[in-house]
Design a protein around this ligand. Structure first.
Ligand code: F6P
Length: 486
């Protein structure tokens, strides 16, 4: 394969992800206005790309996006352009709800109750066909951007087939696939139907660089890829050889943009919301959690651990409020809906058992409101981040960047963020309710000096990396595999 003319650092960037940085809607005056997309991916990539020569290709989710789709649109006040892939609604359902979030999400986060779930049949076959076609539609749109010899950055489990499909359309393309999630171990991945598993692996191997949040997930990927015919894997060298091409498997842990989050926290609205949070606290200690409402976040066990804490440490009854800010997520998928219902029921039950007229132990708010979360970050005494498994978990970094109250972080050892923040946090096994309850107790009792020391360590570690360095690491890796000609 001939070398590219320019280094990846100097080349235009084309990002592809299911959810875009903005979504277009018509306002009352009939004008198309852009609304910020939700989720961690947008938080990380949005900030870093705004100032760059970049095109962001995403699936159309609103009628406004569909209108913008054919030609794309430049974002107001930014150098960035957005383009949308118009996937018919019924296909989108099989691709996004069925395969991406109903199946791959569960596989990579180890969420199945294996004696009962999953079972695959005709429905999975149809949904898989939708997933293949949605990925193909992305690949075609991306190929149409190939004239300027860009670097393609393909995001996440929604688009695992795109690198290979794009390579077939544009053989010389420079492609990186990045997973924001964990990647399932070889044995667990074998739960998937064999075609889905091997197509997904081969699809990702279409890239020059396959990126993960942590080294262990890259190794999981290579251990599974090693089983494919005609793929040669060298685990030590983090490398696979496919069709005469070298594929590098690397880790690029994501980071949070301090500027954006501090700006949000200094807004007038955040100021007003802080007053609301203080009302909820009512002079008590504040325990906080901020999550998308979905099973990998382990919200239910978080509530059960809090219940155990109130049972064991009766002296804290009436003196602490657990504020849970949960944004609705993927409610079309029954397993997510059921999980949300179970979380609410647990909170109601605990409130009924322990609450008093002037004290609600768990205050649960299901809302999509980033500024509210940022406002709550300012003054928590302790924050619970206890995912079952998580690629990184940005909340674990956002909280300490904003918190000015010596807030303690209770952190799952299974969150990617643990590698960066673990030594300053209280570490927990997310399945161990006793350990989590004890950590809550320890956090609330911690002497001020230790709280301050830990909080400073958390903030330093969260600020040591930026989305810009994360992106630069990926571009450097592309250059190593596809060395420019000069
Ligand atoms: O954590 C994985 C991820 O895909 C992120 O990259 C993304 O921001 C988040 O989940 C949100 O998911 P959704 O777009 O389904 O709301």
């Amino acid at each position: 394969m001939a070398g590219p003319l320019h280094s990846a650092m100097e080349s235009p960037i084309v990002v592809a992800s299911n959810r875009g940085p903005v979504s277009f809607e018509r306002n009352e005056d009939g004008k198309l206005v852009a609304r910020r997309g939700s989720g961690g991916l947008v938080t990380v990539l949005g900030g870093v790309l705004e100032r760059d020569d970049a095109t962001w290709v995403a699936a159309a989710v609103t009628e406004g996006d569909r209108e913008v789709a054919p030609r794309g649109r430049k974002l107001e006040g930014a150098a960035q352009r957005v383009r949308y892939v118009d996937i018919p609604e019924d296909r989108y359902d099989g691709y996004y709800n069925g395969i991406a979030n109903g199946l791959l999400w569960f596989a990579h986060h180890y969420l199945w109750d294996l004696p009962r779930n999953p079972s695959f049949g005709e429905r999975t076959e149809h949904e898989w066909a939708d997933y293949v076609e949605a990925n193909r539609a992305f690949a075609r749109t991306l190929a149409a951007e190939s004239k300027q010899d860009p670097v393609y950055l393909i995001q996440d489990y929604h688009l695992t087939l795109v690198p290979r499909m794009l390579r077939e359309l544009v053989p010389e393309a420079r492609i990186l696939h990045f997973s924001h999630t964990p990647f399932a171990g070889r044995t667990y991945l074998r739960t998937l139907p064999v075609e889905i598993r091997s197509e997904m692996l081969r699809g990702m191997l279409g890239a020059d660089v396959v990126g993960f949040q942590g080294r262990q997930w890259g190794e999981n990927f290579l251990l599974s890829a090693r089983e494919l015919d005609e793929v040669h894997v060298d685990i030590r060298a983090h490398r696979a050889d496919v069709d005469g091409r070298e594929v590098q498997v690397r880790s690029f842990p994501v980071a949070v943009g301090a500027f954006e989050i501090r700006e949000a926290s200094q807004s007038d609205r955040a100021e007003r919301l802080r007053t609301q949070v203080e009302k909820i606290r009512g002079g008590r200690r504040l325990l906080l959690r901020v999550d998308r409402l979905e099973p990998s976040k382990n919200i239910l066990r978080g509530f059960l651990a809090f219940e155990l804490f109130l049972q064991k440490h009766t002296e804290w009854r009436g003196k602490v409020v657990f504020l849970a800010l949960l944004s609705p997520s993927r409610e079309e998928v029954p397993a997510y809906r059921d999980y949300g219902r179970d979380c609410r029921a647990a909170a109601d039950r605990i409130n009924a058992a322990f609450g008093k007229e002037d004290w609600t132990p768990i205050v649960l708010k299901v809302q999509e409101d980033f500024t509210y979360a940022v406002a709550a970050y300012a003054n928590y005494d302790a924050m619970v981040v206890n995912p079952v498994h998580d690629g990184m978990n940005l909340v674990a970094m956002e909280g300490p960047i904003v918190n000015a109250h010596g807030g303690v972080l209770i952190l799952s050892r299974n969150a990617g963020a643990f590698g960066r923040l673990g030594r300053h946090a209280l570490a927990i096994n997310p399945f161990d309710l006793s350990e989590t309850a004890d950590a809550i107790n320890e956090a609330l009792q911690m002497p001020d000096e230790e709280r301050t020391r830990r909080a400073r360590g958390l903030q330093r570690s969260a600020l040591a990396h930026t989305p810009a360095t994360w992106l630069a690491g990926q571009l450097r890796a592309i250059d190593e595999v596809r060395t420019p000609s000069e």
